[in-house]
Structure formats: C-alpha cells, structure tokens
Design a protein around this ligand. Structure first.
Ligand SMILES: [Fe+2]
Length: 244
C-alpha cells in the first residue's frame, strides 16, 4: 500500500489543491520493481502529433481506465481518445486526440494500478463517492535544448475539465523553469499565485480539483546547455455516472 502523511482530501476541501513533497509518501517495497519499470517508460514515449505550434519538444502516451467506486474494480478501456475543449486548451483543444497508447506492460503494471487507486482514495476521502469513474493516465515528457524551450500542456493559466487531477514528478534533468503556479478557485484567477512550487524529486506530487486555476512555466535547457527534460505522470478522474 502507498501511504502519505498529508491529509490530501482535507486540503482539497479547504483550498482545492494539495502539494505533497516526495518525503511524505511511503512507497511499498513489494512494488519497487514495478515502480522502476514504470519510470523506464519515459525513455520510450512517442512524439506528440498534435503540436499546433509545430514544436517537437513533447512526448507522451495515454491510456484510459474505468473504476467502479462501489467495488474498486479497475478496467482498462482500449482505443480511447483524449478530448479537451477549445476553452480549456485554445492551442490544441477542440478535437479528439489519439495519442500513442500505454505500453501493454504499463496497462498491467501493479504499481500504476496501486497509484490510481491510491490517488482516487486521497482525492475523494472527504466525499461520498459512488458510480463509475473514467481515469485518464498521461505519461508526458517535455524536452528543452540549447535555445529551444519546452512548453507545458496546455499553455497558460487555465482550469481542467476533469473532476480531479493528480500529478507526480517522474524526473527532472538539466532544466530551468517547469515551475507550478496555483491561482485559487474563484471565477477569475487571483492576480498573484497563492502557491508556487518547483518539483525537484521523484514523486514530488500535487492534487487539485477542477475549480482550481493553475499553470506551469516553460522549461529551458539547464546551466550547462544541451538536452534536458521534465517527466510527469498526470492522472485525471472524471465522474461518468449519469453520462452514459
Ligand atoms: Fe491543467
């Protein structure tokens, strides 16, 4: 079992987000190998084919799961596309995007299954949850090299469509930038961010709900120049009951 010291659900209830440094997590030794196998996936992502700016700095895979809140049963949904509205993502939204799928081993990875169940439990710990949920798993690498920055997805201050989102840093290598900003959950973002956080270590993580305004700054090549990257796993949770 993954455990965490932070009351993620309580923080979500109070301020709509939770920032959790890696040292607050305890990852189970029995799932260590599966966790390491998952981390190696970021060396084998595919170029993002939906880059309206023509950039070649983003690599990803995507998979969709269904989770029954009643039984805890997690099922992979094959051949899923990903949709963001044009309001949420003016640059690349407004169409169904077919990213490279998760690798077959990843779909079955026990650490990933545990992480999905764990994150869902944290995010919904203060709520009465039932029905079916759709859970999107995004493996994303943004690269930067000398003179070419990497932009996050989506760009700028925005809110997400999904009920809840979790994000875990997988790797940060030879880059500047890549800083997370959180701007409250009112009708408009606050003028200044309420929280600013640079994730540095494997498993530095944050959680938020859909009302939260947020952004990530572009990454630039590190002080020594050359190639750098920022790898994250992003998991989004959508209540699907009543939709079908
Ligand atoms: Fe977002």
């Amino acid at each position: 079992m993954i455990t965490v010291q932070t009351d993620v659900g309580g923080s979500i209830e109070r301020v709509q987000y939770a920032l959790v440094p890696s040292h607050e997590f305890s990852l189970p030794p029995a799932l260590h190998e599966a966790g390491e196998s998952l981390r190696r996936d970021w060396e084998h992502l595919e170029p993002d084919p939906y880059m309206a700016d023509g950039g070649k700095y983003r690599f990803r895979r995507y998979g969709l799961f269904q989770l029954s809140a009643a039984t805890g049963q997690l099922t992979h949904v094959s051949d899923a596309s990903f949709y963001q509205s044009i309001e949420i993502n003016p640059l690349n939204g407004g169409e169904h995007r077919h990213f490279a799928p998760l690798a077959p081993d990843t779909v079955e990875n026990p650490f990933l299954h545990e992480l999905i169940q764990f994150d869902f439990a944290q995010l919904t710990s203060k709520k009465h949850i039932e029905g079916d949920w759709l859970i999107g798993v995004h493996q994303i690498r943004i690269t930067a090299t000398t003179g070419v920055q990497g932009n996050p997805t989506p760009e700028g201050i925005h809110r997400d469509d999904e009920n809840y989102t979790s994000q875990h840093l997988v790797s940060r290598h030879n880059i500047g930038g890549g800083i997370n900003y959180f701007y409250g959950s009112g009708p408009e973002p606050t003028r200044r961010p309420q929280a600013v956080w640079k994730q540095e270590s494997y498993f530095d993580s944050y959680y938020f709900e859909r009302s939260l305004w947020h952004s990530v700054s572009p990454i630039t090549s590190g002080d020594r120049g050359g190639d750098g990257h920022r790898d994250v796993i992003l998991i989004d949770f959508v209540e699907s009951s009543g939709v079908h």
